[in-house]
Design a protein around this ligand. Structure first.
Ligand code: ADP
Ligand code: MG
Length: 614
C-alpha cells in the first residue's frame, strides 16, 4: 500500500467512527445536520474541492461532481446520514480501486523480475560489473551460479543448468554446454558459464519481452472501446434523467423533497466506474496470468480474438516438428558422398533455416568461411550459394525445376535436399524431422475446445506433409507452398469466414503471421521476425500451450462479460426502483460501490493461474 492509500484508509476508519457517533447522538434539527456534516467533510473534503475546481474548468459530468451534487442534495432534503454514508462508501470504492490497480501493476512488475541488474564482463583479463546495456556484441561475459543471464549469447566455456521458468513457464531446468545458446532472463542454477554476447541489450530476448508486456495495455479490445463510448453517453443521460425526475413530476403531483430524493439516487447510480475500471483490469489480469505461463499476448484486442478462434492453421517445420533434422542418407550421383555433404554444408553454413542448421550439424567439421561467396536465400525453395568460386543450388524439387537440373522423385519418406552445380544435378541428402511430443495432443485439445478446423500449411514435400497430417489428425493439408502461397491459402480460409489463427515459427512465415486474424509464433527464443509480426508468442515452443492460451483468453472474456452484465443489470434495476420510489439511498450506494468492489474482485480472478488441462 502506498502512503496515500494508507492515509485514505485511516480517514475511512475515522469517518466511519464519527458517523457511528453522529447516529448515537440524540441531536435534532440543525445539530443533527452538524453532527453528520463532520464525518461528511472528513471523508469528502477532497472530493468536494476537486468537484468545485472541475466545475470551474467546465467538467460537469465527472464522478466527483456527481458525488458532491448527490450528497449536498441529500443534506438539502434532510437525508443527513445518507449524505455522509454515500461519500464514505464512494471513498471506500475509490480506495479499493487504487489498491487493485496497483496490485495488477505489481503482478506485471513481478514479471519484470526478469530484468537483469548487471552483467559481469571480461575486459583485459579483468572482471567488471557493468550495466547490461554497456556490453557490446562479441564481448565475453561471466555468469555465476544464482545469477541472471544478462544477454543472449553462446556458451564458450563451462556448463550448467538454467532455470527458464520466468520466460517460458517451464519448470524443468535446461542443461547447457559449450556451443549452446543461453537466453537472457533465465537464471543460471549451477556452474560458471563463460558466454559470448550475441546481441546488444536492447535487442535481447528480455528487453523485447519487457517492451511487449509494457505496451500491451495500449492495444485496446473492442469491448473496452464499447465501454468507453457507453460511459460517455450513460452518465449525461442519467443526470438529465435525474433533473427531469426532480422537477417535472412535482409540477403535477407535488412532493418536491420526495422527487428530489429519487433524483439523488439517480446521481449516485450514474457513475459508470464499475465498468470503466473492471474491464481493463480483467484484461490486465488475463495478459499477466498468461505471461506467467510463458504465453505472451501483445494486447487486449489479441486476447479477445484468441477467445473466439475457430480455425487454426499450422506451419510444419519448427512448429509441429522439432525442426532438428537427422541426416538419413547421402546419395550423390557422380561424386563422393563426403564431398556432397561438404558442399551442402558450406552452402548452408550461414542460413538459419532448420534444414540448413541440421546439414551443418551433420557435417560436423570446420567450414572455412572464406570458401563461401555470395548466398541468396530463396524462401520456400532453398538457396543459391557460391562455394569455392562456383555456383550451387541447394533446396527442394521446385528449385531443381527452376534451374533445370535433371532430378527425379525417389524417396517415400523424409525431406529431400537436392544439390546442383549450376544446372548439373549432383545428388541429394535425405533428412528426417521428428514431431514434437505434444503436437498431437495440442491439436486434440484444440478440437475439444471447439476449434472446428486444423490445417497444415507447409513448404515441405507432399509425402512428408501427408504423413505428418495423418499422425496428428489435422483436417486439411496443403504442401509445397511458397511463402506467398501460404498467404493465399490463409486468405482463402479467411474468406470462408473462419476466425483464423496461424501458428508458425517465424522462419519463412512472417507474412502469414501478420495476415491471419491472429498470428501465433513459436519460440521467442529463436526468430526476431516472429516476435515482431506475431500477436501471441509461445515462449517454450510447445504447441500444447495453444489450448491453454485459448482457455485463459476465454476465461478472461467470460469475466469481462460477467462484470458488464452484473453492473448494468444492477444499475438499471436501481434506476427503475429509484424512479418508482422503491429504492433508498442505501441501495443506490450498493449499486455503485458494492458493484464496483464485486467487479474488481471478479476481475482479479483473471490473475489466477489456469490449469494446463481441463
Ligand atoms: P515449412 O513450411 O515446413 O516451415 P519452409 O517454407 O521454411 O518450410 O521451407 C519449405 C521447403 O523449402 C523446405 O522443406 C525445404 O525443402 C526448402 N528449403 C527452404 N530453405 C532451405 C534451405 N536453407 N536449404 C535447403 N532447403 C530449403
Ligand atoms: Mg517454417
Amino acid at each position: 500500500m502506498t502512503k496515500k492509500q494508507k492515509r485514505t484508509l485511516l480517514r475511512i476508519l475515522l469517518a466511519g467512527l464519527l458517523l457511528l457517533g453522529a447516529a448515537l447522538l440524540p441531536a435534532e434539527g440543525l445539530w443533527k445536520a452538524l453532527a453528520y456534516a463532520v464525518p461528511w467533510l472528513v471523508i469528502g473534503w477532497d472530493v468536494l474541492w476537486d468537484a468545485l475546481r472541475n466545475i470551474l474548468r467546465g467538467q460537469v459530468f465527472d464522478e466527483k461532481f456527481l458525488m458532491a451534487l448527490a450528497t449536498v442534495g441529500a443534506f438539502a432534503v434532510g437525508e443527513y446520514p445518507e449524505a455522509a454514508a454515500v461519500m464514505l462508501f464512494y471513498q471506500i470504492g475509490e480506495w479499493f480501486q487504487s489498491v487493485a490497480v496497483g496490485r495488477s501493476r505489481k503482478s506485471i512488475a513481478a514479471l519484470m523480475d526478469i530484468r537483469p541488474e548487471f552483467a559481469v564482463v571480461l575486459r583485459d583479463g579483468e572482471e567488471l560489473e557493468v550495466d547490461p546495456e554497456e556490453v557490446a556484441v562479441g564481448e565475453t561475459i561471466l555468469i555465476r551460479p544464482g545469477e541472471r543471464v544478462p544477454l543472449d549469447g553462446t556458451v564458450q566455456e563451462g556448463s550448467g543448468s538454467l532455470n527458464t521458468a520466468a520466460l517460458t513457464g517451464e519448470s524443468m531446468p535446461v542443461d547447457v554446454a559449450p556451443g549452446d545458446r543461453v537466453v537472457s532472463g533465465s537464471i543460471n542454477l549451477t556452474g560458471v558459464l563463460r558466454v559470448r554476447a550475441e546481441s546488444a541489450y536492447e535487442n535481447s530476448t528480455v528487453a523485447r519481452i519487457l517492451e511487449l508486456v509494457e505496451n500491451s495495455a495500449e492495444k485496446k479490445a473492442r469491448v473496452e472501446g464499447f465501454i468507453t463510448r457507453f460511459a460517455r453517453w450513460y452518465t449525461p443521460c442519467v443526470v438529465i434523467g435525474a433533473a427531469l425526475l426532480a422537477f417535472v413530476p412535482p409540477l403535477f403531483v407535488g412532493g418536491w423533497t420526495d422527487w428530489i430524493h429519487r433524483a439523488l439516487i439517480f446521481l449516485v447510480v450514474s457513475c459508470p466506474c464499475a465498468l470503466v475500471v473492471s474491464v481493463p483490469l480483467s484484461f490486465f489480469g488475463g495478459i499477466g496470468g498468461a505471461s506467467r505461463a510463458g504465453i505472451l499476448i501483445k494486447g487486449a484486442n489479441d486476447l479477445e480474438t484468441l477467445a473466439s478462434v475457430d480455425a487454426v492453421a499450422f506451419d510444419k517445420t519448427g512448429t509441429l516438428t522439432r525442426g532438428v533434422f537427422q541426416v538419413d542418407a547421402v546419395h550423390p550421383r557422380e561424386i563422393d558422398p563426403d564431398a556432397l555433404l561438404d558442399i551442402a554444408a558450406a552452402a548452408e553454413s550461414r542460413s538459419r533455416h532448420p534444414v540448413a542448421e541440421s546439414i551443418v550439424a551433420a557435417h560436423g567439421g570446420h567450414i572455412d568461411p572464406s570458401r563461401l561467396g555470395a548466398v541468396t536465400e530463396l524462401a520456400g525453395l532453398g538457396l543459391e550459394a557460391v562455394v569455392d568460386g562456383e555456383t550451387f543450388f541447394v533446396g527442394n524439387g521446385k528449385l531443381m525445376d527452376r534451374v533445370g537440373a535433371d532430378w527425379h522423385e525417389c524417396h517415400l519418406a523424409g525431406t529431400v535436399v537436392h544439390i546442383a552445380k549450376g544446372a548439373e544435378y549432383l545428388g541429394h541428402i535425405v533428412i528426417n524431422d521428428q514431431l514434437k511430443p505434444d503436437a498431437a495432443s495440442a491439436i486434440a485439445s484444440l478440437k475439444r475446445l471447439g476449434v472446428k478446423k486444423a490445417v497444415l500449411l507447409t513448404g515441405d514435400r507432399k509425402k512428408v506433409a501427408e504423413a505428418v497430417a495423418e499422425q496428428l489428425g489435422v483436417d486439411e493439408v496443403r504442401a509445397e507452398l511458397l511463402p506467398e502461397q501460404k498467404v493465399e491459402a490463409v486468405e482463402r480460409l479467411l474468406a470462408g469466414g473462419a476466425k483464423l489463427a496461424f501458428v508458425g515459427d517465424g522462419i519463412n512465415d512472417a507474412p502469414v503471421l501478420a495476415r491471419a486474424d491472429l498470428g501465433i509464433a513459436m519460440g521467442a527464443m529463436g526468430s526476431d521476425a516472429a516476435i515482431e509480426s506475431a500477436d501471441v508468442v509461445l515462449m517454450d515452443d510447445k504447441p500444447s500451450r495453444l489450448a491453454l492460451a485459448v482457455r485463459i483468453a476465454r476465461k478472461t472474456m467470460g469475466i469481462v462479460r460477467q462484470n458488464i452484465v452484473l453492473a448494468l443489470a444492477v444499475k438499471f434495476a436501481i434506476l427503475i426502483l429509484g424512479a418508482l420510489g422503491y429504492a433508498d439511498m442505501w441501495l443506490a450506494v450498493f449499486g455503485d460501490v458494492g458493484v464496483l468492489i464485486l467487479a474488481i474482485l471478479n476481475a482479479m480472478r483473471c490473475l489466477l493461474p489456469v490449469k494446463e488441462r481441463a
